[in-house]
Design a protein around this ligand. Sequence first.
Ligand code: DX5
Ligand code: ZN
Length: 218
Amino acid sequence: MKHAEIVPSLLSADFANLTDEIGKVERAGCGRLHLDVMDGRFVPNISFGPVVIRSIRKVTGLYFQSHLMIEQPERYVDAFAEAGVNAIIIHREACEDPGGTLDRIRALGLEAGLALRPATPLQTLDGLLNKMDMVLVMTVEPGFGGQKFIEGTDDKVESLRDMLEREGRDIPIGVDGGINTETAPAVARAGATHLIAGNAVFKGDVAVNIERLNKSIR
Ligand code: DX5
Ligand code: ZN
């Protein structure tokens, strides 16, 4: 089995020093950066959008996965593609035509992902699995960094892994929210391949944090 990978979420970084913060995760060996986009409607919080992403695109070659916590994400997929992201993850609950939106993301030459809130059942993926390159299982209610991992969401990851196996779709499973050295082992065991972590990466020494997180899942 491949080792799960830690994916830093920029939301917990110091926004006055983004270039520095990105350099730290690069030097720690991470290959991806998770970009949390919030609109104040789908979630109560507001974060950043394509303007910021376009700027940080210039300072790193990291794979950018944008997690759009916005209503009607189809309105903005082109703008995020132009800003230079590599993947766009939309929320199943935020759009009326997830299939069409996933198709559009792929047509733009990007990887497409679908995210599910903790209470959204896996059955909502029915008929869509062939249109996506990754699934993101929310392990907290989306909207804020630094929340507590919701118990039982690791079982959902396991069910998803089984479902993907049955369907013959070997695609990455991301988990997002409350991931730290305590919660990482269970989600990795359950089959998550991408462990998104904000606070556990950026609060304190980034290199030490990533080393500890990696150790916890080996
Ligand atoms: C929550 C975001 C997460 C968040 C993770 O809405 O989607 O990516 O930043 O942060 P931590 O790891 O601090 O829970
Ligand atoms: Zn996220």
